[in-house]
Structure formats: C-alpha cells, structure tokens
Design a protein. Structure first.
Length: 489
C-alpha cells in the first residue's frame, strides 16, 4: 500500500501528548507554560509552550518506538519522490553543511558556484574543504548574477578532475534557476554527486508551472528551507537524497554531528503539516499564487519608475535557465534612489517589509499565503513610494564594480585565512591584503569577500559605499567597515 499522505505523525503525536495529560519532570523548564513569564505568555500564546516538548521522552518514548519523526520523514520523501528525507531544526545553514560533508572531506576539493550563500562558505571554513569556484552567469547591464551553467561545471571538472562533487544554488533569492538537469548530467558522467542548495525552492515540487526541482532534475542531495516559500516555522529545513552516490547513513551521521540534541518539536510539526498541506492542496494553492503574482506584476509594471524583472529579463543565453515568478523583483533605478532607501521608506510609512533590496532593486516575495488584500496593500505602498521619489533622490550612490572587478584571487584556503593570526586595518589600507573574515551584504547573504581572498580597491569601495547607502553587513567585526580583519603579514 502507498503512504497515507493524510497523516501528520508529529502533529498527531503532539495531540496525543496533550490528551494523555503527560506530566514531564524533564526539560523544557517552563513545564508546558506553567513556569513561563506571564508577559511572555501574553505575547507568544500558550500554544507555543504547550507544543514545546521533548522529542524523545515526550513526543515519542525514550527509545523512539513510535517512529514519529521517522514516519514523518518517510511521508515527506514519498511526497516529493526522494529516496530518503531528513528534517532539521537548524535551518538550511546546517543542512547544506551536512550535505557538503557527505560528499567530500577535509583537504579535498568541491566545485562550488561563487554565488553560494554564506552558510556554504561557513561549511568550507569549518571542514577545511578547498573550494573550486565556478563563476555565475553575469548580467552586466543589471549587475546581477545568475546560477553557473552546466558548461562552466564541465570546464571546472576538466581542470580539477580530483574534485569530489559539485554544489549549485538554485533558485537564487531573485528567482533565477539553474540548468539542474544539465549540471547533474555533467556530474554523473564522471560519477560525482551533485548537491543543490534549493533553500528558496521548497514549493517547486508541487506545481508544474514552476521550475523543475532538484530531485526531478537528477540531483543527489537537495537542501530546502520550509520556512522560506513554504508554511513552516523559521529554521525548518529538509534535505533529500536519491541514488547510490551518497550513503544515507553517512549523510545522517554528518547531520547528527552538526545538529542540536534538543530539536524544537514545533519546527518539526510545521514541516510535517506543510507536507500534508502541499500534497492535499498544493497545486490549487500555488496555482492561485501564480495567478496572483501575474496580476501583481502587471500592476507594478504600470507604476511610473518601476520595472518588474520577468522571464524575458532573466532567461536566455548566458543568463538563467529558468525563472520562478513568485519573487516579484522590481528594478527602481528610474526612481533615482536605492533599494535600501526605498525599503526603509516602505517600512516607515506603510509597515511593508521588502524581501530583498540592493543598490537598484526591491523584491516582494509572494507565496500561497498571499491574497488580493495583501497585494492591494503592497501596490498602494508602491504607488505612494513613486509619488514621493523627490524625498528619496538624495540617497548615497553605490560604486558597483564590473563582474571582472568583483572577483578576487583566492590566495589562501578559506579555513587557513579564517584561523590565521589577524590584524585590523583601515579599509583604505586593506587593498592587497588577504581577508580573514567574510563580508556579506544581507540579504541575500552571498559573500562579496571571503577569508583567503586578496582584497582589491573596487571591492572595498563597493562595500564602503554600500554601507554608506544602507547596505547591512552582519558578519565583519566592524559592520560599518571602518576597519577590515586581514591576515597578518
């Protein structure tokens, strides 16, 4: 018999726990809200505390004989046609590290798209894996990177045949998708596994009008964030496995090595519930979302000074292979302001939070949760923004380098530079020095400078002017970038 996708093992176990009136002399110490600060209960609600129970010895018995988590993971694998599925409560930032360490090991090489998220770079630093960077496909007119091509991965393997596998990010936060089938074919002709960081693609398996998702395209491991485009809670992540190039026991071991021993059952429950929702109603819900996105895109395009990036902008030779229309990416260059200034204005005046923002764009991420009410409020705010551009045109300008100027020499492996003796130097004096820290505009979280890269004047000018314009850098020691941490001479 097939799997019963109407089940939600984790949600049902939580209900049984409550109905049985279990009394735990175990963590968590709030003891199902009884010890929680009443002020916290007033804000968070008691349901948060009632559902916050131990995974083993609470949700399931101490030997996990109910197989609650295992059954939920098996249902997810069945829903998306994967061989194995693993849940994580530590976000895709952990899941992608586990995936990397399942296909390679310290001192070995891994092909990595240079548009990877900072969590991938953190994995390189922690593991000592040596990256072979694969260049994105650059749209020089829009100053935007799309995923690397299959040909770029083939070239990288030809130059580095000892690399253990490849990692690609698809879709990007801007909705640009890679040729995953082509990249998987390149990898598999060589007997190498492909890892796809599909954090922004949890919804892709559930509607045919969306880009192909990683498992259908032949990837070996796929990492996805349920909280980004799905209905899960923050930190909810799932990674899937298929084929025989990666041992599922090794992948599970790597996840256990990195993960918490105190998983939040509420996050598990959110993943479990989202899987059931998508299996039962996903095509209908995502179909409505796609129709809503299409109408919203047309309405935004009609606003003076706005251009909505669409498939015709992002797809084509030397650009992206496919396109997800749910991130509504708006180029506001004609308004004479920056995305940073526009995002701040929208939050201040309309309590609207943008999904992404950079030197010339803002993005509104639509999901199956949006409707005419939310998009009407968004459009009202955007029209008001267009009417107030005179108030925004004094925004500091960002000195954006060309793609060639943006790329720096990897003088030392990321791990070596990160753990080397370091010095703080003024940003103006860091030219030619080797970076000892990541410097990452967030969002979208793609590092501009990595540990081990030799810093250049165009990159430092870009970052300094970016900070002056409103760019947020969460990871350098000096977030205002008056100083930079470099490897001591």
């Amino acid at each position: 018999m097939g799997a019963n996708q109407a089940e939600a093992p984790i949600l049902e176990a939580l209900a049984r726990y409550a109905d049985a009136d279990e009394l735990g002399f175990t963590p968590p110490g709030h003891k199902r809200a009884r010890g929680a600060d009443p002020r916290a209960r007033a804000v968070l609600g008691d349901a948060v505390f009632y559902g916050d129970v131990l995974a083993n010895g609470g949700l399931d018995d101490r030997l996990t004989r109910g197989r609650v988590l295992e059954r939920a993971e098996n249902l997810m694998a069945d829903a998306v046609h994967a061989d194995h599925t693993f849940f994580s409560t530590c976000g895709s930032s952990l899941s992608v590290k586990a995936a990397m360490l399942a296909v390679t090991c310290p001192g070995h090489r891994l092909l990595v798209g240079r548009d990877a998220h900072k969590s991938v770079v953190a994995g390189l630093i922690l593991s000592g894996v040596e990256p072979v960077w694969v260049e994105p496909q650059w749209d020089t007119s829009r100053h935007l990177a799309h995923p690397p091509s299959a040909a770029a991965y083939a070239k990288a393997f030809a130059e580095h045949p000892d690399a253990d596998g490849a990692l690609v990010t698809s879709p990007t936060p801007y909705g640009a998708a890679a040729d995953l089938t082509g990249i998987a074919d390149v990898c598999h002709r060589l007997g190498k596994p492909l890892v796809v960081d599909e954090a922004w693609g949890a919804h892709l398996p559930f509607h045919d009008d969306l880009p192909s998702w990683a498992m259908d395209a032949g990837a070996d491991i796929c990492v996805t964030s349920i909280h980004k485009m799905g209905s899960g809670l923050e930190q909810g992540s799932v990674f899937h496995l298929q084929g025989d190039l990666v041992d599922p026991a090794e992948l599970a071991s790597r996840a256990d090595l990195l993960g918490t021993t105190s998983p939040n059952v509420l996050i598990y429950a959110g993943i479990d519930a989202w899987r059931r929702q998508m299996v039962q109603h996903g095509r209908q819900l995502l179909g409505r979302a796609l129709e809503l996105a299409a109408r919203t895109r047309i309405a935004v395009e009609a606003i003076d000074g706005f251009h909505v990036n669409d498939a015709k902008d992002f797809r084509g030779p030397d650009l992206a292979h496919d396109f997800d229309p749910l991130p509504v990416v708006m180029d506001i260059g004609e308004l004479g302001t920056t995305g940073y200034r526009a995002a701040d204005w929208l939050r201040t005046h309309h309590h609207i939070d943008a999904h992404l923002f950079d030197h010339r764009r803002i993005s509104a991420q639509l999901t199956h949760a949006d409707d005419e009410q939310t998009t009407t409020r968004l459009l009202t705010a955007l029209r008001d923004l267009a009417d107030h551009t005179a108030d925004l045109r004094d925004a500091p300008q960002v000195a954006v380098p060309s793609p060639d100027e943006l790329r720096m020499d990897q003088a030392r492996p990321p791990r070596d530079a990160y753990f080397a003796r370091q010095a703080k130097v003024p940003a103006a004096e860091a030219v030619g020095r080797i970076a000892a820290e990541m410097i990452t505009p967030y969002p979208p979280g793609i590092p501009v400078a990595l540990p081990g890269e030799r810093l250049t004047e165009p990159v430092l000018t870009y970052l300094v002017t970016g900070v002056e314009a409103g760019m947020f850098l969460p990871d350098p020691a000096d977030q205002r970038l008056k100083t930079v941490r470099v490897v001591e001479d």
